[in-house]
Design a protein around this ligand. Structure first.
Ligand code: NAG
Ligand code: NAG
Ligand code: NAG
Ligand code: NAG
Ligand code: NAG
Length: 480
């Protein structure tokens, strides 16, 4: 009896050991799997499980569409937040929810998946967020049509507003479509316009497609931005911008559709991109400094412009700008600086070099008398323009090779024209004077080769500029 009693627990123990030896490894693997599975699911996914589920059945509706991408701790697919991506339903709430969830997570990625079109009304995606946030745009983001009911009055300044986002990247092979055509027609007084105006269906202010406000260290790469109602990509009040390998396009006749607009933004690099629009490819406004633009295809459009600066007697500061290795095709201008009469401040230390121009109306321009009306009031004050180098600008022009118009009160100084070779596009039919360089109150030096030869005697010599009256308000202590 005694042995039986003691042996039975022993047998049980041995059996238990055998059981554990075979069963446990499997359990533990499963346990690890389960644990990993749970850990992978970020909180917001739980919250939206119902919709997530719906998303995963999307393949039933359209088998060609890819399923939502694998979720992980750092991946936030907008489909998992209830976006439909059918181009009809408004997906902005889902996008904002995905943003808010991802914003808290370091190195998170918000996914706009390929194969879908997400209609999004005007939204603000606000930081600051944990560093390294990425908006991965592989599908399409589409703006609502130009009608008042789709645009709250306060929201027409911009469509996608990134505010206080630091150390943030937008990338992907997708596109951002501003659906601008109905907005543009508004500025052409056609019969359509009259009808639209009467029914008051289009808001007065045309939105910028993508705006970065007060955001530091942002990168935009690879995406396409098309048909913005107004400016395509705008940076203001920021520091640290990198734009690489993007494409911007809208029709040549679309009004005020700047490609990239910089204002009160410094430390900027814009490179390896193509910009075709109805206005400036890049527009550099007051408060911009240390800007490097290179390897850009520009056109159609108005070229790369600094200004207009000093409108309504305002102060302007722009300095340390390099534009190089740029190709311009059929643009209105090439390298341009424009300022209004009556302004104060400065544009200094600017280099335009290695520019290839084809069929550009006026490849090189400085205009201190910029005026968008028929005539503007004559004023003495002017934004001072100094140390501007035009180097290696070659190709063809269709109106005038060089046009430098500076004021007698504040002439342009330190203007260098080096290796400029510009030939008229169309044979010799133009008026003789149009084919010559024009320089007015501009001082600096020239260096061969120079074509047409009129460039060589266009500028006043540097030593003459010192005898010129200095501006009444000193430009160096201007703050912008
Ligand atoms: C964000 O910061 C990290 C670490 O400093 C850096 O590697 C990365 O390039 C930054 N990204 C942007 C967009 O500035
Ligand atoms: C931006 O990047 C620079 C250089 O990488 C860094 O020194 C600076 O702290 C960054 N600023 C912000 C606000 O992330
Ligand atoms: C540029 O962007 C396109 C997508 O728009 C991508 O296919 C290509 O690989 C990118 N090129 C580089 C050099 O990153
Ligand atoms: C002119 O600007 C360039 C580019 O930003 C900069 O490297 C250089 O130091 C500036 N020169 C002067 C004299 O400020
Ligand atoms: C402005 O100045 C120009 C050149 O001195 C002169 O021809 C023109 O009549 C002036 N315009 C006005 C509105 O005073």
């Amino acid at each position: 009896m005694k042995t039986k009693i003691t042996s039975s627990p022993l047998v049980c123990f041995i059996l238990l050991l055998l059981f554990l030896a075979f069963a446990f490894p499997e359990c533990s693997v499963e346990a690890r799997k389960n644990k990993a599975h749970h850990a992978k699911k970020p909180k917001p996914q739980h919250k939206h499980r119902g919709k997530n589920h719906k998303g995963s059945h999307r393949a039933d509706r359209s088998p060609s569409l890819p399923p939502p991408s694998q979720t992980s701790l750092t991946s936030f697919d907008v489909l998992s937040f209830g976006a439909l991506g059918d181009g009809v339903a408004d997906d902005s709430l889902a996008i904002v929810s995905a943003w808010n969830a991802a914003c808290k997570v370091e190195k998170a990625t918000i996914r706009i998946p390929a194969g879908y079109t997400f209609l999004t009304s005007s939204i603000t995606l606000q930081g600051p967020c944990a560093p390294g946030l990425v908006l991965q745009v592989d599908g399409n983001l589409k703006a609502p049509p130009a009608e008042a009911k789709s645009w709250l009055k306060s929201s027409t300044l911009q469509w996608l507003n990134f505010k206080w986002t630091h150390n943030f990247t937008i990338q992907g092979s997708g596109s951002v479509d501003g659906q601008g055509s109905n907005w543009w027609s508004k500025s052409t007084p056609t019969q359509d316009y009259q009808i639209q105006k009467r029914s008051d269906s289009i808001p007065d202010i045309k939105p910028t497609a993508i705006r970065f406000y007060s955001s530091n260290n942002v990168t935009i790469r690879d995406i396409n931005i098309v048909n913005s109602p107004q400016c395509h990509l705008k940076f203001d009040d920021g520091r640290g911008v990198k734009v690489t390998n993007i494409t911007i396009s809208s029709p040549e006749d679309s009004p005020n559709t700047d490609g990239i607009h910089l204002q009160r933004t410094r430390d900027v690099e814009i490179q390896h991109s193509s910009i075709a629009s109805g206005d400036d490819c890049v527009s550099i406004q007051t408060g911009s400094a240390n800007v490097h633009i290179h390897h850009i295809n520009c056109g159609p459009g108005h070229g790369i412009s600094i200004g207009g600066l000093g409108k309504d007697r305002t102060a302007a500061c722009v300095s340390d700008i390099i534009v190089e290795s740029v190709s311009m095709l059929k643009t209105m201008y090439g390298a341009r600086i424009k300022t209004w009469q009556g302004g104060i401040g400065y544009v200094k230390n600017v280099t335009f070099s290695s520019m290839q121009v084809s069929d550009v109306k006026v490849p090189v321009m400085i205009d201190q008398f910029y005026c968008d009306k028929h005539r503007c009031k004559n004023q003495t004050d002017a934004v001072a323009i100094s140390d501007i180098k035009f180097n290696e600008i070659t190709g063809t022009f269709s109106s005038q090779p060089i046009y430098l118009a500076c004021s007698s009160s504040t002439p342009c100084t330190g203007v260098d024209l080096i290796n400029i070779q510009l030939k008229p596009t169309y044979g010799f039919h133009e008026l003789q004077h149009q084919r010559q360089a024009l320089c007015w109150n501009s001082y600096g030096k020239t260096q061969a080769p120079l074509v047409p030869s009129s460039i060589d005697y266009c500028l006043g010599r540097p030593d003459h500029s010192s005898s010129v009256r200095q501006p009444s308000r000193s430009s160096s202590d201007i703050k912008c």
